[in-house]
Design a protein around this ligand. Structure first.
Ligand code: BES
Ligand code: MN
Ligand code: ZN
Length: 502
C-alpha cells in the first residue's frame, strides 16, 4: 500500500522527488514559479529545451535543479486548468508513479496556490494520490533475483497545500484502491496457487476482518442443492468446486433489499475435453477475473463502510480434461431444473454462473443482479481491451452502469440482447435438452448472454458484464501496468455510491 500524508507547507515535507503543476501554455503554479525564481530560471529553460508546454497528462523531469533540496522535480501538465478534473489528476498521479516507482521512496506533490480547476483542490489532491496508489501496485513475490534498481520503492505520497477536506476523501479512495489491488492479486496469482479452496481461504482472511459475512458451499452441499451444471464443469479436476458468498450490510437493516454481484471464478480454464490450443493457455489463470472483481468490490465497499446491502457470490471451479471430465454432448440439470446439452466443454463459464444465479436469487431475493465474467473471447474481438461488454434487460440499469463507468474510466459498452424467445435466444435451443451451451461462431458473446438470461427471475433487473478483455491488458495504462487491471471494482464502487446508498 502506498501511504498518503498531508502537509501544510513544503518546508514540513522534504523528499527527493517534488511534483509541481503547470497549465497549458506554460502557466506555472505557485510552487513552480517560486522554484523558477530560486533556480535562476532553470525551470523555464528546462521547459523550453524539452518543448514542454503543460499539455494534459505530460510530465517533465528536471534533475537536481538549483534552489531546492529535491534531487528531481517533476513538472506535471494540467492542460487547461479550468478543465482539469478528478480524472486529470488521477492520470497524473498514475504517470508519476510509473516514473518514480523504482527510483524514489516518496513524492511530495505541491497543490499550493492552485485554484480555478474544474474541481476543488481537495478533490484534485485526493484523486492525484489515488491514481498514484493505483499505478504503484506491483507483484514481485515470485521474483527472487530482482536487482536493486528493479525493486519497487515508492511507498509514500505527501500532498502539500491541500485543504483538510481532502483527507476523508483520500481515505475513502484508499479503501477503493485496496479493493482494486486485492482483485489484481487474485487475478495475477497462478492456477497452482489460486484454486477454488485457496481462493476461498485467501478471500475469507481478507474480508472477514472488514465485517463481511462469509458462507461457503462445498461440492457435497452443491450436489444436494442440485447444482449439476456447475458441478459438471468441476468434475474433471482434483480441486473440488466451491461457491463463496459474501454479505456486506451497511444499512443497519438486516432485510434491506440487496444488490447481488456474481463472479465467474474458473481458477484455470483448459477448455476441458474441448481442450484449448497450447499457445496462450497460461492466460486462463485469469479466468477467475469475475470472481476477483467481486471479491475486490466487497473489500472496497466494506472498507469504506458503504451504506448498502451487497451480496457477492463467486462460482469457483477448475476446468480440466480427465477420465472423469464431462464429455461434449453430456446433458446436465441445473439447480433451476432447466437441462443443458454441453456441446463444448470450453463454454463452461455460463455453466458455472447459472447455478450461482439461481442460488443467489433464491437465497437473497435481490431486485438487481450483476454478473462479471471473462465469458467469451468474442468480446475481445468486438471491443478489444478498452471496454467491457454489457448485456442488460434494463435500460435504466444500463444507463447507471454507463454513467459510473465514464466517471471512473472503467468503460462499458452496451451489446444487443433479445427477449426470451427472440431471434438471438433461439440460437441456443437444443434438440435434446432445454438449451445447449454453445451457439454458432457468429455472435458468440450474445448467445452466451442469452444463455444467462434464461436464469434471471421475473422482475429482476440484470446486467451481464463480459470482462474477458478489460480484466487483463497487454499494454500499460495510466492507472495500471500491463496485466491485471482490477476492472470492475471502481465501476461498482461508483455505481453503489451513486444509486444504492442512502
Ligand atoms: N474463458 C474463456 C473466454 C476467454 C477467452 C476469456 C480469452 C479471456 C480470454 C471461455 O470459457 C471460453 O473458452 N469461451 C469460448 C466459448 C466458445 C467455446 C463458445 C470462446 O470464447 O472461445
Ligand atoms: Mn472456456
Ligand atoms: Zn472460461
Amino acid at each position: 500500500m502506498t501511504s498518503v500524508a498531508f502537509a501544510a507547507t513544503r518546508d514540513t515535507a522534504s523528499a527527493a522527488a517534488l511534483l509541481l503543476f503547470v497549465g497549458e501554455g506554460g502557466e506555472l503554479s505557485e510552487g513552480a514559479r517560486n522554484l523558477d525564481a530560486a533556480s535562476n530560471g532553470q525551470v523555464g529553460r528546462a521547459m523550453k529545451a524539452a518543448n514542454f508546454t503543460g499539455k494534459k497528462g505530460k510530465l517533465l523531469e528536471i534533475l537536481a535543479p538549483a534552489g531546492t533540496a529535491a534531487a528531481r522535480v517533476l513538472l506535471a501538465g494540467l492542460g487547461d486548468p479550468t478543465k482539469a478534473d478528478a480524472r486529470t489528476f488521477e492520470d497524473l498521479g498514475g504517470e508519476a508513479a510509473a516514473r518514480l516507482q523504482t527510483l524514489e521512496a516518496e513524492l511530495v506533490a505541491d497543490f499550493g496556490g492552485i485554484s480555478d480547476l474544474a474541481v476543488g483542490t481537495d478533490v484534485a489532491a485526493a484523486h492525484f494520490a489515488h491514481g498514484l496508489a493505483l499505478r504503484n501496485w506491483r507483484f514481485d513475490i515470485y521474483r527472487t533475483k530482482l536487482k536493486d534498481e528493479q525493486k519497487g520503492k515508492l511507498a509514500k505520497v505527501t500532498l502539500v497545500g491541500a485543504p483538510d477536506s481532502a483527507k476523508p476523501l483520500s481515505d475513502r479512495l484508499q479503501k477503493v484502491a485496496d479493493g482494486v489491488h486485492f482483485a489484481k492479486e487474485l487475478i495475477t496469482e497462478p492456477g497452482n496457487i489460486i484454486y477454488p479452496q485457496s481462493f476461498v481461504d485467501r478471500v475469507r482472511a481478507k474480508v472477514e476482518p472488514l465485517g463481511i459475512k462469509v458462507t461457503v458451499l462445498d461440492e457435497k452441499e452443491l450436489a444436494k442443492l442440485g447444482a449439476g451444471s456447475m458441478l459438471g464443469v468441476g468434475q474433471g479436476s482434483v480441486k473440488p468446486p466451491r461457491l463463496l458468498a459474501m454479505e456486506w450490510n451497511g444499512t443497519g437493516k438486516a432485510d434491506a433489499t440487496p444488490l447481488a454481484l456474481i463472479g465467474k471464478g474458473v481458477t484455470f480454464d483448459t477448455g476441458g475435453i474441448s481442450l484449448k490450443p497450447g499457445p496462450g493457455m497460461e492466460d486462463m489463470k485469469w479466468d477467475m477475473g469475475g470472481a476477483g472483481a467481486v471479491a475486490g468490490i466487497m473489500v472496497a465497499l466494506a472498507g469504506r463502510k458503504a451504506k448498502a446491502r451487497v451480496i457477492g457470490v463467486c462460482g469457483l471451479v477448475e476446468n480440466m480434461p480427465d477420465g472423469n471430465a464431462q464429455r461434449p454432448g453430456d446433458v446436465v440439470t441445473s439447480m433451476s431444473g432447466q437441462t443443458i446439452e454441453v456441446l463444448n466443454t470450453d463454454a463452461e463459464g455460463r455453466l458455472v454462473l447459472n447455478d450461482c444465479m439461481t442460488w443467489t436469487q433464491r437465497t437473497y431475493k435481490p431486485k438487481v443482479m450483476l454478473d462479471f465474467a471473462t465469458l467469451t473471447g468474442a468480446i475481445i474481438i468486438s471491443l478489444a481491451h478498452h471496454y467491457a461488454g454489457v448485456f442488460s434487460n434494463s435500460d435504466a440499469l444500463w444507463g447507471k452502469l454507463d454513467g459510473a463507468g465514464k466517471a471512473v474510466n472503467d468503460l462499458v459498452w452496451r451489446q444487443p440482447l433479445s427477449e426470451p424467445g427472440g431471434h438471438y435466444d433461439q440460437m441456443i435451443d437444443s434438440t435434446i435438452a432445454d438449451m445447449k451451451n454453445l451457439g454458432p461462431r457468429e455472435g458468440g458473446s450474445i448467445t452466451a448472454a442469452q444463455f444467462l438470461q434464461r436464469y434471471v427471475d421475473e422482475g429482476v433487473e440484470w446486467a451481464h458484464i463480459d470482462i474477458a478483455g478489460a480484466v487483463w491488458r497487454p499494454k500499460a495504462g495510466a492507472l495500471h501496468d500491463k496485466g491485471a487491471t482490477g476492472f470492475g471494482v471502481r465501476l461498482i464502487d461508483k455505481l453503489v455510491a451513486d444509486h444504492f446508498e442512502g
